[in-house]
Write a protein that binds this ligand. Structure first.
Ligand code: NDP
Length: 402
């Protein structure tokens, strides 16, 4: 019996719940809990109708450790899958420690009052998780997540030494809305309005936000303007693969999206400093989130594909080698399968796979781990089975020059 407790009923939480239900040989009992129980009930009804599986639902404020502890004690799951927001990572990890329950998430911890994300807070739990004999798997979505598995797979099968890594993330989809973000708007906007950062020759190089960009040619999509951003998996990848001379992360943005974002920034709507409004303290970015479309409402009529992968250059058997490993995913197909758009799907499916590998024992070991520290082979095998087929090219010119 493998009972799992999923926290968060947004775009990603919904996909995780659907995909766990579709793998009911591994996930024999599923509980979905979020702040708003009605959202969980709606997903549960969909899952019953589409996959004939009954899941249980509950309400919790995961910021409150005591509430999380009580919820874990009530259901006694083997594993908690945290797909709420990064703010909840530490309280949920604390509750898992107190109840000796395995933990995983898809995004690293961020304090609410500072737009800053790094692994130090969660890595600090390593010894306590080891001593309690439980595992925490960090950042097991697509990026972070599958991109680290791709890099580990490249290191295991294609290189003696990796020197250059470019993670390339394209969403060439069209949801028909003037401005919307594909995952939680607050977290998304905090991420992309920060200065860019990449790793070069042993140190971080910081650049103004969105200041480095060029077209990258994505498979089956074509050239799309791509921007250098700081992304959390770079922090653990350069630590775990010290031969990397450079590691960068690129993401596509359309001109209309950037224009909207610039205006919103210029008028102060992306600020996280509280302001007084009508006698109340409000945070402009939280207000903006409330008026933007929610990520889980974008799926219907979303067309086009995402393409996310790793382009790597290094040496194998004394010769230079290039390697590109990626997945393309179609918004309309994922909506048909689980009622979610491809950004939620490409996050939720790897989360389910990580959970499956932990529960089956392939990836189970006490402590706190990032995805590239575990065997990539069973993960890639499951991506091919679970709707995220992996493609690769060896020793052909990469889509952009180094
Ligand atoms: P949504 O905004 O759609 O959903 C977030 C959910 O979390 C909501 O259901 C919300 O509940 C719930 N939640 C928020 N606060 C609490 C709380 N205190 N207690 C309990 N539940 C809470 O976001 P997404 O589904 O798009 O994203 C989910 C996570 O996935 C984020 O952390 C995001 O950063 C991560 N992500 C990771 C990616 C990757 O590739 N690794 C890519 C995309 C996203 P309610 O609705 O009731 O308020």
């Amino acid at each position: 019996m493998s009972r799992v407790l999923i926290i968060g009923a947004g775009g990603v939480g919904s996909v995780v719940a659907h995909k766990c239900a579709m793998n009911s040989d591994v996930f024999t009992d599923i509980i979905l809990a979020s702040r708003t129980k009605s959202k969980c009930d709606k997903i549960a009804a969909e899952i019953r109708e589409m996959h004939g599986v009954t899941i249980r639902t509950d309400a919790v404020d995961a910021d409150v450790v005591a509430e999380m502890v009580a919820l874990i004690r009530k259901y006694e799951p083997k594993l908690v899958i945290n797909v709420a927001l990064p703010y909840q990572d530490l309280p949920i990890m604390d509750a898992c420690l107190e109840t000796r329950t395995h933990y995983m998430d898809t995004a690293n911890y961020e304090p609410k009052d500072v737009a800053k994300f790094e692994y130090s807070w969660q890595w600090a739990y390593k010894e306590r998780f080891e001593q309690a004999g439980i595992m925490a798997l960090l950042g097991c979505g697509f990026d972070p997540g599958a991109t680290q598995v791709f890099t580990a797979y490249a290191a295991k099968h294609h290189f003696d030494e990796m020197h250059y890594l470019d993670i390339v993330d394209c969403n060439a989809g069209n949801h028909g809305k003037a401005f919307a973000t594909n995952f939680n708007p607050e977290i998304n906007i905090r991420e992309i309005t920060q200065p860019g950062r990449y790793w070069e020759n042993g140190e971080w190089v910081e650049i103004p936000a969105m200041s480095q960009h060029k077209p990258i040619d994505y498979p089956e999509i074509g050239p799309k303007e791509s921007y250098v951003l700081y992304h959390e998996e770079l922090e653990s990848l350069v630590k775990n693969f010290p031969t990397l001379k450079r590691a960068r992360f690129w993401m596509t943005f359309g001109q209309a999206y950037l224009t909207h974002l610039e205006v919103l920034q210029n008028v102060g709507m992306t600020s996280i400093q509280p302001i007084n409004f009508g006698g109340q303290q409000i945070v402009p970015l939280e207000f903006l989130k409330a008026v933007l479309p929610a990520p889980d409402t974008l799926g219907e009529n979303y067309s086009g594909q995402t393409s996310i992968g790793c382009q790597i250059k290094g040496v194998k058997d004394g010769e230079d080698r290039t390697y590109y490993i990626w997945n393309n995913c179609d918004h309309a197909e994922t909506y048909k399968e689980v009622r979610g758009q491809a950004v939620s799907y490409t996050t939720g499916v790897p989360a389910m796979i990580g959970a499956m590998l932990m529960l089956r024992g392939d990836w189970m070991k006490a402590g706190v781990w990032n995805c590239e520290e575990l065997d990539p082979d069973p993960f890639i095998e499951q991506m091919n089975k679970q709707g995220l087929p992996v493609q690769e090219r060896v020793n052909v010119p990469l889509p952009h020059e180094y």
